[in-house]
Design a protein around this ligand. Structure first.
Ligand SMILES: Cc1cc2nc3c(=O)[nH]c(=O)nc-3n(C[C@H](O)[C@H](O)[C@H](O)COP(=O)(O)OP(=O)(O)OC[C@H]3O[C@@H](n4cnc5c(N)ncnc54)[C@H](O)[C@@H]3O)c2cc1C
Length: 467
């Protein structure tokens, strides 16, 4: 995946703006470029645009949106910025967080109003550390519907998406100005294409074992639940061009993937009162701190598994999620009418599990303090019938990447920008700090759509000669 010298190269076809990757970031960027009246081409390695976006729950956090206002939610740029910074322990770029958050509301309004992306406010519970209802998602809560909507919007806007087009090399001059690229077709043939501006929307390196071993060794053997096309080219190309990178050890994990079924079990279950116990029938963490760090914590439990335990009220809430309905169909979720049945269906040590259930009942009744610091008094205690699902921890996507400025321009180590290179989504540095504990739910799609829009706007401006 090298960056090759531009000098002497000619391109039969030159497109003003080329976007690499047709996930949420790439398609948002392309919609923005098209809105500005500039020709854009999206190159996608897969036969159908999907990416990690299609695997997601489609939850995009944003504040001061019209959808929030209609639901009477009073959120603000200040509150959302503070929530992201507090989850990342302040170990991220505060100015970029503020810029991204300020862009979030207008981005959602624009996607919904101008491009018919169907989003609704997710109500009924708050994800860890979010102080307001601000998740905007398709009714099904699936990324499959989200990417389907984006693809439809791109088609309506007349945007060309060239599929089965894997970009392998970039051509750049001595100043880091990108002049074109080479793409590989499934039959082994190559094509070259010129461009005036390039947007990297090809996500991070979760699917690349070599990069994982080097940059996030603790997750080398983890179950990777993201898209295999996330091979880290943006970082490789960027580094060759002298771009700055940051937080390459950062990632989003998840502590609740049904095992062995491989179905995401929403963390909404935990936020509504569910608990996780290990093979010893004991709780091992504060489930309300965040699902990302819980990926590592669950993986460290005996056998790398945990059981999510919840009740009918929580089960009924879970039915809002397509993944949860799939888990029911796959028999991943088991029902128990009594505590004895719960012991039987999970095969967990009886005394320990019953002691755990008694402990959380007391905590819900306001008696005592949880040893892990969770407040159980905000939700009703668990009542029969109970439900249980065996889960494991996973790596969902990487959060480190190319440093970009407030126009999504890729920056060099010395703070100057590369002339015509932009990045967003998982290709760019996220807002989650240096590790897995800084990921506030939705940081992934947040930076995909906001940086995508900023990149599209700036790339179009460059081509229009306004930059
Ligand atoms: C199970 C799961 C659930 C998640 N749920 C949520 C959620 O609810 N909310 C949230 O905010 N985040 C969520 N995330 C994270 C979120 O999915 C990602 O952060 C987001 O989709 C990144 O978008 P993207 O456009 O940067 O990348 P992608 O959606 O991965 O798109 C990148 C595209 O680039 C293509 N590509 C890569 N390399 C090349 C190349 N060389 N040439 C051509 N094409 C290339 C890929 O094939 C891919 O289609 C979840 C992730 C997972 C795995």
């Amino acid at each position: 995946m090298p960056v090759l010298p531009l000098s002497g190269e000619t391109f039969d076809v030159t497109v003003p703006v080329v976007v690499i990757g047709a996930g949420a970031c790439g398609l948002t960027a392309a919609l923005m470029v098209a809105d500005a009246g500039v020709e854009v081409l999206v190159l996608e390695r897969d036969a159908v645009p999907q990416g990690s976006t299609a695997l997601s729950s489609g939850m995009i956090p944003a504040c001061e949106t019209r959808i929030q206002a209609a639901a009477g939610v009073s959120d603000s740029i200040e509150i959302m910025t503070a929530d992201i910074l507090s989850k990342a322990h302040g170990e991220t770029d505060e100015d970029m967080v503020r810029t991204i958050v300020a862009e979030s509301g207008p981005t959602i309004d624009w996607l919904v109003d101008q491009h018919a992306i169907e989003l609704t406010l997710v109500e009924g519970f708050l994800y860890p550390n979010h102080r307001e209802l601000r998740m905007h998602a398709p009714v099904s809560r699936t990324g499959a519907d989200l990417i389907g909507n984006f693809s439809q919007a791109a088609e309506t806007a007349g945007i060309d998406i060239m599929t089965e087009a894997q970009v392998v090399d970039l051509y750049a001059d001595d100043h880091g100005m990108i002049g074109g690229l080479r793409l590989l077709r499934p039959d082994g043939t190559n094509e070259k294409l010129g461009c005036k501006a390039l947007i990297l929307a090809c996500n991070g390196f979760g699917g690349n074992p070599e990069m994982l071993a080097r940059l996030i060794p603790e997750m080398t053997d983890a179950n990777y639940f993201g898209h295999m096309g996330n091979q880290g080219e943006a970082i490789t190309w960027g580094e060759e061009l002298g771009a700055a990178t940051a937080d390459l050890g950062a990632y989003q994990g998840h502590g609740s993937v049904a095992h062995p079924h491989g179905i995401l079990i929403s963390w909404a279950l935990m936020m509504r009162g569910g608990i996780q116990v290990n093979r010893e029938g004991k709780r091992f963490s504060n489930e309300h701190l965040g699902y990302s760090e819980q990926g590592r914590i669950v993986t460290a439990q005996p056998g790398s598994i945990a059981w999510n335990i919840f009740d009918q009220r929580i089960y009924d809430g879970g039915l809002d999620f397509e993944d949860f309905r799939q888990a029911i169909k796959s028999d991943a979720i088991r029902r128990a009418d009594t505590l004895d049945d719960l012991v039987a269906i999970t095969d967990l040590p009886k005394d320990d599990l019953l002691a755990t259930m008694a402990d959380i009942a007391a905590l819900a009744a306001g008696q005592g303090k949880d040893e892990f610091g969770r407040d159980f008094t905000t939700m009703p205690g668990l009542e029969a019938p109970y439900y249980a699902v065996k889960v494991t921890g996973s790596l969902f996507h990487t959060q480190g990447g190319l440093k970009v400025n407030d126009q999504a321009q890729v920056m060099r180590e010395d703070g100057r920008v590369l002339p015509n290179l932009f990045a967003g989504g998982g290709a760019a540095r996220g807002v989650s700090g240096p590790s897995d504990w800084g990921y506030l739910s939705g940081n992934g799609l947040l930076t995909a759509v906001t940086l995508g829009r900023m990149a599209g706007r700036a790339a179009a401006r460059l081509c229009n000669g306004d930059a």
